[in-house]
Design a protein around this ligand. Structure first.
Ligand SMILES: [Zn+2]
Length: 427
């Protein structure tokens, strides 16, 4: 009781002090501003920030009296980056041995400590928001990481989380151990339509923002040249997952690599297709027409292909062929890397922007996949993804011009999230 009384007094006192002061304002002078919506950068922009939000954005303009000035006049300022496919609780799994070792030899508390470290890495690379798409056996620890960041205990991006993901019994690792052993599973095993609805409710109860399920496995090319796969859930089960999630206001992400898995996920009514290597023209047309997002995760595909061998390089090549087609057809593409599928310490997630440009997007189009389009996917268009009045003050700065050389995005020098500066190498 004593502790509670002290806490209440403190809150009242701090509240009273801040109400009496004029709100703290920050004015950023940006040499070049890519705001996430305009076709061209704005030269010499002035961004005024109050608290955690952007108050105004003007070309030129005067700094308000009393505002703290941050001089980024020699830099290019962009909206904070967003990666909509990450795994903070994973440290790379090129081989199944690497994956199994993490689940078998590392405790969930240890993995959560590494996850906090990974979240910090993401933020320092300019990612102010991530959608973390399942914990790979670490239960609901993503909810804890998200909470620690939101409470300001550790630095990291804003997070939307999927908790455990779902696959039917026996269709996701860990597999191949003696039946006498009780080993952890990388997902929650879910069977039957009732089981599907119960699993969605359970994950939502423990804090899932998204529901993720594995639509397929066993990817293989057949004589038709199409990448096929084995579909995990019956249509009834997949539809039950999606219907229950939507009914209680959650969106659904489907891991779908082969054409059969993608088609099944589209039949079930998912909101986002993850990886999507085996997209066919017909599937792309359907996604474009229905406004379903594609999250390509090219970075992980290119990274694991040499180590995994088999079909993985051919799958990466297929993705490279499909990417410009999808852009042309108007499929909504949101930037996702599958960070965690590669070691967070080894690769910078921003590499994904470079692949999109290599595969046919303009730098401006690529930047939008990881800012405004990603925000739209997350349902945060009114809060993030562009630098505009009323939005969260989430922004990054680079010393070079990413429109001339997209590789500059891998060299973020300044990071602000919610009006707080987390990194500034431009002083
Ligand atoms: Zn993934």
């Amino acid at each position: 009781m004593r502790h509670i009384c002290v806490a209440l007094t403190m809150t009242f006192f701090l509240g009273a002090v801040s109400a009496a002061q004029t709100p703290h304002q920050i004015a950023i002078r940006a040499g070049k501003l890519i705001d996430g919506k305009s076709e061209k950068p704005i030269e010499n922009a002035l961004i005024v920030i109050e608290g955690d939000k952007i108050l105004s954005v003007t070309s030129g303009g005067t700094v308000p009296a009393g505002a703290e000035v941050i001089d980024l006049s020699k830099a290019t300022v962009l909206p904070g980056f967003m990666d909509v496919h990450t795994h903070v609780l994973l440290q790379g799994d090129i081989t199944s041995e690497e994956y199994d070792a993490q689940l078998l030899k590392e405790s969930i508390p240890y993995r959560a400590i590494l996850a906090a470290r990974n979240a910090h890495i993401a933020l320092s690379h300019g990612f102010t928001t991530i959608r973390d798409l399942e914990t790979e056996g670490a239960m609901y620890a993503d909810v804890d990481v998200k909470m620690a960041i939101a409470n300001g205990e550790v630095p990291g991006p804003r997070m939307q989380v999927a908790t455990r993901a779902m696959a039917p019994t026996g269709m996701y690792p860990l597999l191949g151990y003696s039946w006498e052993l009780k080993v952890p599973t990388g997902v929650q095993y879910v069977d039957g339509t009732d089981g599907a609805r119960k699993a969605v409710r359970e994950q939502a109860m423990y804090g899932a923002d998204w529901i993720k399920y594995y639509s397929d496995r066993r990817y293989h090319f057949e004589a038709d040249g199409v990448l096929h796969s084995m579909v995990n859930f019956t249509d009834e089960e997949a539809k039950a997952i999606v219907d229950e999630a939507h009914r209680i206001g959650k969106k659904v992400a489907a891991h779908a690599i082969g054409s059969d898995g993608i088609a099944a996920a589209l039949r079930a009514g998912v909101d986002t297709i993850e990886h999507g290597d085996g997209l066919t023209d017909a599937l792309m047309d359907e996604m474009a027409q229905r406004g379903i997002y594609w999250v390509p995760t090219i970075t992980v595909g290119m990274y694991v292909a040499p180590g995994r061998g088999g079909n993985w390089q051919r799958m990466a090549d297929l993705q490279r062929e499909n990417f410009p087609k999808a852009v042309k057809k108007g499929v909504k593409i949101a930037l996702g890397t599958d960070a965690g599928g590669f070691d967070w310490k080894v690769l910078n997630e921003a590499k994904e922007f470079e692949y999109y440009v290599q595969y046919g997007m303009t730098p401006m189009q690529a930047i939008r996949t990881g800012t405004s389009t990603a925000a739209e996917l997350l349902g945060w268009s009114d809060k993030a993804g562009t630098i505009e009045a009323g939005k969260w003050a989430d922004l990054v700065a680079l010393s070079g011009d990413p429109l001339k050389d997209i590789k500059e995005v891998e060299n973020v020098k300044f990071v602000m999230k919610g009006g707080v500066v987390y990194k500034n190498e431009l002083r």
